[in-house]
Design a protein around this ligand. Sequence first.
Ligand code: GLV
Ligand code: MN
Ligand code: MN
Ligand code: MN
Length: 428
Amino acid sequence: DSHSSIPNSVYSLSVDAQSLQKQIDELSTFSDTPAPSVTRVLYTEKDVLGRRYVKNLMGLAGLSVREDAVGNIFGRWDGHEPELAAVATGSHIDAIPYSGKYDGVVGVLGAIEAINVLKRAGFKPRRSLEVILFTSEEPTRFGISCLGSRLLSGSENLVKALETTTDGQNISFVDAARSAGYAKDEVDLSSVFLKKGTYSAFVELHIEQGPILEEEGISVGIVTAIAAPASLKVEFEGNGGHAGTVLMPNRNDAGLAAAELGLAVEKHVLESGSIDTVGTAGILELHPGAINSIPSKSHMEIDTRDIDEERRNLVIEKIHQSAIGIAKTRGVKLSEFNIINQDPPALSAEPVIKAMETATRELNLTSKLMISRAYHDSLFMARISPMGMIFIPCYKGYSHKPEEFSSIQDISNGVKVLALTLAKLSLQ
Ligand code: GLV
Ligand code: MN
Ligand code: MN
Ligand code: MN
């Protein structure tokens, strides 16, 4: 791998760190909760403002912008052989309730800055380069994670599901999309699918969301695999009643059934014996939600993941058996047990790993091979393109909370590695 087609300036040019930090800060102000927290949920006004902000930056970087029916946004820089499969990069800007300003955002604004770095260096790509903003990596609004990339990767099941999907306010997916200016005439969301081979490579820059790089003082994580995520929706129903007058032997408390299931999730996860198995009951809603009324309905959502898909599936099966058993012993009805998604893990592609490793070495930065325990749009892009991910350190591994932080120095290192990696891949 020689430097022949990559101008030396690409190796030395620095990132415009000040502008990038300013953009990260500005984007964080499009939030439905007060700073330092960020809440930016799919197709809300704040999400639309964030999208507009990013499209404007894409335009300023000289990219031609296209949006698909669900609002995946593509900014393209034509290479001198534009008929070849392009090299893509990108991430998401939606933010779960009360989270931080770096998750996803670094991989979108950082990607645009990587393009700017390459342009300032006088680099001319052979394959076109595309920056992608993925719609709804987070499952917040419709319970579906990586909605945009899942659809791009050709999920017929998701097209079908989205015909009837509604949010917590009973707003349909299509109506919500229309309110944000998408899904206009198109009723057929399979228009979003991308053919395998559209991209010769996809690379995502992201904060680690774990503590390893910071603890070990390493600049860049090179992701070799993404753990397999799954999520479940469970509902129990009982008779409810007056909290004072219905005596304990006569109750079938749907809330306690859910509480017991939450503990069962922990137990089954720990039974795997592996530190790589995790499970979380992050949503628990009780109906009617009054202090003096026995819960007649409980709604729980469970997230479980593992780098080993079979072991993760065994946990799901055990959770299901527990839900059935708990319903029986407590005399409640298991009115819903729904596997929302049960995705396989994804492996990074060797040539992309190689390009990232070489780029890191040539920039004199330290790196480490690692797995991603969080999921990313890359999990789905891997289905249609060779994939790789670049991690940067973040403070104490904090993520999905307001304390999330990455230094602009670390972000700039990630942008440089991304820029050089894209340059290399565009010439291959
Ligand atoms: C992504 O946000 C994840 O939950 O891994
Ligand atoms: Mn996230
Ligand atoms: Mn993310
Ligand atoms: Mn439900």
